[in-house]
Design a protein around this ligand. Structure first.
Ligand SMILES: [Zn+2]
Ligand SMILES: [Zn+2]
Length: 344
């Protein structure tokens, strides 16, 4: 089978891999689509993402949907959907026993396994391959009316739903989102779904802002234009989804006194400068948001209910052309979410 393997910085290959056999408790899934994530692009272009560095070849991909093929021993329909069922794969396997897991914060589990992540060594191999094995309990049958293509947005939408949840109550509030990449756009949709009265989005690129409009943004602002009429005087909540320090700075300057800023975008490795004194003098609550947990099920329900998400899938590319798919995904002047098609 073909798989999309990162061998090092700038060295992305489509390799012939052996079809894995499901082990005890595991399911074998024939992968149909895999969404190219900003983190996959970082592994490709920089050899790492955030503070996680690539130390060995790794199958990329954690945004995976497909069809159940079979189960290993100790796993069957009792623990997962029947063979032939269309499923989305929850990419996280928290340890279940660490203090964070015990505390109900499984998304920050200190010993989690996450598909296609170099956070631990040996790395956890990902799902950009024609078949993948995962623990049976990580499969979610798609709700009625949701097909695989749109369902491929379940993982990034879960990230967005978690970030909005971290912001606290957003119903009736004005929410600022800095960065209109795929994650920023999905944060817009999540904030609107949670009842935000107004969502303002900033980005440098007009094309990205147009995707944010599809996602439901009320006001679009060119981040490089201080005279843009869309700049709000202040907002109740700000969610940073660009992953650059300038975005965090914008959030801190525009959130109201006592407001909440959620840092969702992964900043460059090491230290980032930001206006820390604003956190003090305005009593801003600065919170991180990392991955998600039960939001995955909410994401599938939201996707099933809202056809406009289709407009955020900007291209579907066969796995053999993985490198051009990555280049396309990295070109934010045209792309939102790019899917790889594994044919399964
Ligand atoms: Zn992702
Ligand atoms: Zn844990």
């Amino acid at each position: 089978m073909l798989g999309c393997v990162i061998h090092g910085q700038g060295d992305l290959r489509v390799d012939e891999l052996a079809v894995p056999a499901p082990g005890p408790g595991q399911a074998l899934v024939a992968v149909r689509y895999g969404g190219v994530c900003g983190s996959d692009l970082h592994y490709w272009r920089h050899g790492g993402v955030g503070d996680f560095r690539l130390k060995e070849p790794m199958v990329l991909g954690h945004e995976v949907v497909g069809t159940v093929v079979s189960y290993g021993s100790h796993a069957d329909e009792a623990s997962g959907p029947a063979p032939g069922t269309a499923v989305a794969v929850h990419p996280a396997t928290p340890c279940g026993v660490c203090p964070e897991c015990a505390d109900g914060r499984r998304n920050v589990c200190r010993d989690t396994r996450y598909l296609g992540s170099a956070a631990r060594f040996p790395h956890v191999q990902g799902g950009f391959a024609a078949h993948v094995t995962v623990p049976a309990e990580q499969l979610r049958a798609l709700p009625a009316g949701l097909e695989l293509r749109r369902a491929a947005l379940a993982e990034p939408l879960s990230v967005a739903l978690h970030a909005v949840r971290r912001a606290g109550e957003v119903a009736g509030k004005h929410v600022l989102v800095t960065g209109a990449g795929p994650i920023g756009c999905l944060v817009v949709a999540a904030a609107k779904a949670a009842g935000a009265a107004r969502v303002t989005v900033t980005d440098l690129l007009p094309a990205a802002l147009e995707y944010a409009r599809i996602a439901g943004a009320d006001t679009l602002v060119r981040a490089d234009d201080p005279d843009d009429a869309g700049w709000p005087a202040e907002v109740d909540v700000a969610i940073e989804a660009s992953g650059v320090a300038a975005g965090l700075d914008t959030c801190l300057r525009l959130v109201r006194r006592g407001g909440v800023v959620v840092q969702l975008g992964m900043l460059p490795p090491g230290q980032s400068p930001f206006a820390g004194n604003l956190v003090v003098s305005r009593e801003i609550e600065l919170r991180g948001a990392f991955r998600f947990d039960t939001e995955f099920d909410d994401a599938l329900e939201l996707l099933a209910a809202e056809a406009s998400f289709d407009g955020l899938v900007s291209a579907v590319v066969p796995v053999r052309e993985a490198e051009s798919a990555f280049a396309l995904a990295a070109d934010r002047s045209t792309s939102c979410k790019v899917l790889l098609d594994f044919g399964g």
